[in-house]
Design a protein around this ligand. Structure first.
Ligand code: 5GP
Ligand code: ZN
Length: 134
């Protein structure tokens, strides 16, 4: 068999499972990579970005492995809304509500998404007005 495991591309379901097994955020969610959660509920976790782009840089991550916004189904409406509300609550806890913050979502590799597991970035805590360069 040349080039592929079974002589053809893996079935969609197989690819999905392989992705989940290799996914760094799934490993964090399962506790396989020790990470302090700032927030956690049945559907969502939040933790600090390992390589922060702002004084406050927190990732809000649905527990379900969904690769990117492009493949989110209409059924996930409440999950998306919930993630934004979690961002708002964490911002309050971090005391960046007044100074302002960004909630960003990189949608696909072409837009700079590195980890193929849907996540929102909460960025803030700049000391001066206009301190944000991103
Ligand atoms: P993306 O570019 O995919 O939107 O953002 C992925 C983010 O995940 C990056 O900002 C990166 O620093 C962060 N990240 C990647 N691996 C880890 C990790 O193992 N732990 C934490 N806390 N953050 C990570
Ligand atoms: Zn994942």
């Amino acid at each position: 068999i040349k080039g592929t495991l079974f002589g053809g591309p893996p079935a969609r379901a197989t690819r999905f499972i392989l992705n989940m097994e290799n996914c760094v955020f799934c490993k964090i969610i399962k506790g396989e990579i020790p990470t302090e959660f700032l927030y956690q509920d049945e559907d969502i976790v939040a933790f600090r970005d390992i390589n922060p782009s702002a004084p406050v840089h927190i990732l809000i991550v649905p527990k379900k492995h969904i690769e990117k916004l492009q493949v989110v189904s209409d059924n996930e409406k409440s999950l998306l809304g919930q993630a934004l509300l979690v961002a708002k609550k964490i911002a309050e806890g971090e005391k960046i509500t007044q100074s302002g913050y960004k909630v960003c979502l990189n949608c696909g590799e072409g837009a700079g998404q590195i980890v193929p597991h849907l996540h929102f970035h909460l960025l803030g805590g700049w000391k001066e007005e206009g301190g944000c360069l991103c």
